[in-house]
Design a protein around this ligand. Sequence first.
Ligand SMILES: Cc1cc2nc3c(=O)[nH]c(=O)nc-3n(C[C@H](O)[C@H](O)[C@H](O)COP(=O)(O)OP(=O)(O)OC[C@H]3O[C@@H](n4cnc5c(N)ncnc54)[C@H](O)[C@@H]3O)c2cc1C
Length: 396
Amino acid sequence: MGDGALDYEFAVIGKGLFGSAAARHLSAAADRVVLIGPDEPADRTAHDGVYASHYDQGRLTRRIASNRLWAEMTARTFAAISMLETATGATILRPVGCLTVKNPAVAPRHTRETDAEGDVDLTEYEIGDESWRDIFPEFDFPAGCSIVYEGAPAGVLDPRALVASQLEVARSQGATVITDFVTRAGEDAAAVTLRLASGREVRCGRVLVAVGSFVNHFPLLPRRLGISVETETFMLGTVSDRDGRRLATIPTVQYSIDDPDIADIYMTPPLVYPDGRWKVKMGCNTSADRHPESLEEIQAWVRSGDTDALAAAMQTAMQTMLPHVDFVEYETSPCIITMTANDHPIIDQTSDRTFVAVAGNGMGAKSSDGWGGLAAQSMLDEPWPTWIDRESLAAR
Ligand SMILES: Cc1cc2nc3c(=O)[nH]c(=O)nc-3n(C[C@H](O)[C@H](O)[C@H](O)COP(=O)(O)OP(=O)(O)OC[C@H]3O[C@@H](n4cnc5c(N)ncnc54)[C@H](O)[C@@H]3O)c2cc1C
């Protein structure tokens, strides 16, 4: 490369968890890196643009994963978070640990997660061993569940703080950040030309498309990807400041609840939200989850989707898991996730100058620095570790 007519050597489209990580990795190794994406909308309900899956205060993270690739990418992300916290002074990770609670009535639906990188602090409570109740008195789960506690650094990360820190370090390494929206990308033998919503054009040598759920809705790649977008609903339960501080260090929870309408619960300890209030966040799969296909359907869901369809069941679950907490108020919110058939993201080169990093499968935050770093390695023509099965991450 090194074409003088280029504005940038490397461009990343999408200022989300994957894109901000990739931009930081690229700018550590190369000059002339640009990251292009819009900021978070001030008012989701009046927004008619794109939306990110990370607009929130809490994402669960832990080292145990269903396979080595996810475990390795999460280990890389823990290391990156530690570096970023030191470099920026931000608090990104609250290492409160994670409880994985399996109800045997539904546990067959879940694969046992066995892979982790390095030593992991695990305590297992087999079915019938109820001694966890003495250690975690705030929680209640039905008798007969098996429970695994994973200690620090498992816990909860702040995705907004993670993106902000990635951007801060990328900028300090010389990256340019443009707050704009890319409406199309066109590749020829000499360059990729990006057309921005502002009318500006950016010419770059190589581009990474890291636009999450919107990847099939703008002409950025040569062809559509085989992904599906899924609606997600989460509930925030407001607690008093006193309860918020008191419960701030309880572990996160993953719980295979036995319920006709909701499944696969995850829950954070109380976190301080932008309105200054402490809120417990809980999400789950629900029988009302949908797969919006058009851009308009995704946008309508994020703006005004019916997130109250299963609010009663979610509220009951939250209160049942934390029986001693007086919740002041409950609210529900929409979000979207991007899924693939094999539960792996797509990290690949799709043409001479175009690369892609999308599809966190509802768990991409905890491993985002790993995935963004792998994408950056590809763009820099650096080899990946030989044990990684590239086919499992290939565009499909
Ligand atoms: C409710 C919910 C709970 C979750 N819980 C967890 C969890 O506990 N643990 C976990 O690890 N993960 C969790 N996830 C998943 C995690 O948040 C995602 O996997 C992660 O955000 C994916 O990162 P991304 O960069 O691919 O996409 P995003 O974070 O969505 O970022 C994509 C970015 O691209 C931008 N963009 C889109 N189109 C364009 C364009 N044309 N031009 C420029 N920019 C564009 C968007 O504005 C956005 O900023 C959860 C997700 C949801 C919705």
